[in-house]
Design a protein around this ligand. Structure first.
Ligand code: 26W
Length: 819
């Protein structure tokens, strides 16, 4: 049927023009004269989606092909960012679409801004999942991302009087043209109740789970196009709904209100994303969400597998299931339940299949962020799973005791059940026991994982551990967000780097080239001007694009040390106050990031940034040489404006705390230089770009742990460092709070008495390093060389490289053959 319906498939300007008009009329039901901006956006989005369907339907047909292993990426979060721009890039139709719209009197950039981004994630972990889907499709690997279709994603952040205010994210308000609802793909998920034993026809004792609630998951599918790869993968998100039959039953016995309550409960499950990047213990709804999406996803895989083969024995050859942190780790018990209870497998056979299928990625070492569920809560929601976990644990610990006789402590430390006091299910242990591979997300992180959080597991099963350093997709984080730099690079070395970023090394010969350097500076300067305009519009603050753009954007967390940056700014401010003629390098400090709504200290840090900024920005002695900006509502959309405009990337977490970081990679790829500690992937970034092109400071992870075990006393540093003491005293004394000494007291108290994240110990090294940054920025030529070299040497941090490693070292999955 080539040639048929050219206007729905073709990428020429007139085909696109006709398609947009067609959707405006037949899908949006709008005459031209009444079309709103959203109508135009929707019409364009549908026209683009149409152009993904041939590849997508082809890819979906591969789900039936028993030869092909499918990667299932299970993640409670997918922080996809706006789809339109990315799809235009990956399909290669950005320019024709622009022209088609221009012919219709519309501006593509305006329509791109119309899309409300699907913020179905908190930060790094959710965004990583999105980059990985892009790479899977680009590398032609058949894959399904499975998650939750939250009705409300991460909250929108507003700043009121310097404080964070949260607003509900109503991303579905104007419709979502990218998803296709599949009302026929639904599964029932049981909740609560009890279990019963019975004897089946063959005389075997089996278990029946009698729930007290049943909910239904409905599939919503979003196509994920690879970059000109001919493959479009699938993001399948589950929405919870009430089960009709259940309703009717209650209705028939006249219990109308109970039926309504059941319906409300059902619909609550996929209502809202938990806005924490650290668990609060004991939220039943969150455990419900995790089980809900895992159960739907595994049932879906079982269905797909049974369409391919008549037996589940070969399940692990059909699916490689990756657990994105412990959030989906209930999959270990659920797959066992499906095999043993629903498909009558023997335990040992089921266990072998389960472990061969699952693999676990750890994303955090912070002990307070390791998920554990109180036993009574767990039992009340998942009674059958708790029994299965006990059995898994019993067998696992028997093995341990057999090999390590006499070491009772070891078994207690490894146990899936934490029995020190209140009893908990430790989800990282469940994930580790049920997986054939366990990986960390950066070299240092994996080493620390083996030495700390999963030490005992590593000692008994070292062969399970792998490192896969994170990566980011150069499509969204360069081609889409930085068209200026993309053009400049492509003019010099062609466009092969987009899928093979090691080719960026081809820029090295131009590093000292005058013309290339000025073109490079011009692009950065233009990106900075654009950002300056947005900053003015959103905050009212005027910033100078000629100043050094010094950027710290990420979730607000004490371990990420946004307040160390504050101490730096106050120090520069004081130097000016002491000597108004002081020769300071003009800087614009840009902060951005959301704080978990219940994280008091993080919210206070936001207030401090804003309060300090007000004083610094308005002081005539400063004379606009320092400007502090808190850019509200940092998300994917805003990130796409911020990374390309940065000169300096702040990666200043306490060594050993940031698992990897991925913002660090986006900055560097866009030509910012990094000031950072030896933490997470910073270590490897520095290795790649060369120590001479990276501003390193601070204690190492080993020094951090030595300092702490020797009894760290922050007061010692406070006593010794004059500039540090002055800055802290000013915060405490109310200089930034209109004389109010109470406002920031909790922060100051914490720094002086505990300082868990060693700001005081790292302060001087940070200040000294920043002084070197200021000097370096004045040498335009040298700075530009360093910037070019950073970009040229970023190849390793493409998510394509990471996905290739997962495919070969963990999943045993391969690309579809070219057709
Ligand atoms: C609410 C429960 C919860 C707990 C932990 C939600 C989310 C988390 C994540 C572990 C937080 C997270 O996003 N971790 C980040 O993962 C990135 C991708 O691997 C890393 O680059 C970051 O260093 C890590 O903090």
């Amino acid at each position: 049927d080539e040639g048929r319906e050219e206007f729905r498939r073709g990428s020429a300007v007139d085909a696109l023009t006709r398609a947009i008009l067609d959707h405006l009329y037949f899908t949006q039901a709008r005459p031209l004269t009444l079309a709103t901006r959203n109508d135009w956006y929707m019409a364009l989005a549908y026209a683009v989606r149409d152009r993904m369907l041939d590849d997508w339907l082809k890819s979906l047909s591969h789900l039936r092909n028993r030869e092909l292993k499918i990667v299932s990426y299970l993640s409670a979060e997918f922080l996809m960012g706006p789809h339109l721009g990315n799809n235009l890039v990956n399909l290669g139709i950005m320019e024709p679409a622009r022209e088609a719209l221009a012919a219709l009197g519309q501006d593509l950039d305006e329509l791109l801004r119309q899309e409300e981004e699907p913020g179905l994630g908190n930060g790094g972990l959710g965004r990583l999942a999105a980059c990985y889907l892009d790479s899977l499709a680009t590398l032609r690997v058949p894959a399904i991302g499975y998650g939750i279709r939250y009705e409300f994603g991460i909250f929108d952040q507003e700043i009121r009087d310097g404080w964070q205010a949260e607003k509900t994210d109503k991303w579905l308000r104007l419709g979502n043209p990218w998803e296709i609802c599949r009302p026929e793909i639904t599964y029932e998920v049981k909740v609560g109740g009890h279990t019963e034993r019975f004897t089946d026809e063959k005389g075997c004792v089996r278990v029946r789970w009698v729930p007290n609630k049943v909910v239904k998951g409905v599939a919503y599918d979003t196509p994920v196009a690879g970059y000109r790869s001919g493959v479009t993968d699938l993001l399948r998100l589950w929405k919870s709904e009430a089960v009709e039959s259940f309703d009717f039953q209650a209705f028939n016995v006249g219990d109308y209100y109970r039926a309504v309550e059941a319906k409300i409960f059902s619909e609550t499950i996929s209502k809202v994303l938990y806005p924490n990047d650290e668990p609060e213990i004991g939220k039943a709804l969150r455990l419900g969400q995790q089980y809900f999406f895992v159960s739907c996803s595994l049932q879906d895989m079982v269905r797909i597998h049974l369409l391919r083969e008549n037996s589940l024995d070969t399940f692990a050859a059909s699916f490689a299931v990756q657990l994105n942190d412990t959030h989906p780790s209930i999959a270990v018990a659920e797959l066992m339940r499906l095999l043993v209870d629903e498909h009558q497998f023997e335990w040992d056979a089921a266990w072998q299949i389960t472990r061969a299928t699952l693999a676990y990625t750890n994303h955090t070492l912070l002990p307070e962020a390791l998920e554990k569920w109180p036993l009574p809560l767990f039992a009340s929601i998942l009674p059958r799973h708790l029994e299965i976990i006990y059995e898994i644990n019993r067998r696992f610990l028997d093995e341990v005791r057999l090999v390590h006789q006499g070491d009772d402590q070891l078994a207690a430390r490894l146990s899936i059940i934490d029995e020190n006091g209140e009893r908990y299910v430790r989800m990282a242990h469940l994930a580790s026991v049920g997986s054939h591979a366990i990986n960390g997300v950066a070299a240092l992180h994996t080493e620390l994982l083996k030495q700390t959080v999963l030490k005992d597991f590593y000692e008994i099963h070292p062969e399970l551990f792998r490192n896969v350093t994170n990566g980011v997709t150069p499509r969204r984080w360069m081609v889409l967000s930085n068209p200026g730099l993309t053009r400049l690079i492509t003019e010099r070395i062609g466009d092969g780097w987009v899928t093979n970023p090691d080719e960026l090394r081809g820029l090295e010969p131009f590093v000292a080239d005058q013309t290339f350097q000025s073109a490079w500076q011009k692009v950065k300067r233009e990106n900075k001007s654009v950002l300056a305009g947005v900053i003015k519009a959103r905050t009212g603050i005027v910033v100078d694009p000629a100043s050094l753009f010094d950027v710290l954007v990420k979730r607000i967390h004490e371990y990420k040390r946004q307040h160390l940056k504050v101490l730096h700014i106050i120090t520069l401010y004081n130097r000016i106050k002491h000597d108004p003629q002081a020769d300071v390098t003009p800087r614009t400090f840009i902060f951005g990031g959301k704080a978990a709504p219940g994280y008091f200290m993080a919210k206070l840090i936001i207030k401090l940034v804003n309060s300090m900024g007000e004083v610094v920005n308005s002081d005539p002695d400063v004379a606009d040489r320092l400007k502090v900006v808190f850019f509200p509502d940092f998300n994917v959309t805003n990130g796409q404006m911020v990374y390309p405009a940065a000169d300096l990337s702040e990666q200043i977490s306490t060594a050993g705390k940031e698992a990897s970081g991925t913002g660090n990679m986006k900055f560097s790829l866009n030509g910012a230089l990094t000031i950072g500690t030896l933490d997470g992937a910073n270590v490897e970034i520095r290795e790649e770009v060369g120590a001479e092109n990276f501003f390193l400071f601070g204690l190492t992870a080993a020094e951090v742990s030595d300092l702490k075990s020797g009894g760290y006393d922050p007061r010692k540093w406070y006593g010794e460092k004059t500039e540090l003491r002055e800055a802290i005293d000013q915060i405490a004394g109310g200089l930034f709070s209109h004389g109010d000494r109470g406002l920031f007291q909790p922060l100051v108290e914490h720094l002086l008495n505990r300082d868990d994240y060693l700001l005081l110990a790292d302060y001087q090294a940070y200040i000294d390093c920043q002084d070197r940054v200021s000097a370096a920025f004045r040498d335009r030529k040298r700075w530009t060389e360093m910037s070019i070299l950073n970009v040229a040497r970023m190849g390793k941090f493409s998510s394509d490289r990471a996905i290739r490693e997962y495919c070969s070292d963990i999943w045993q999955a391969s690309p579809l053959p070219q057709d």
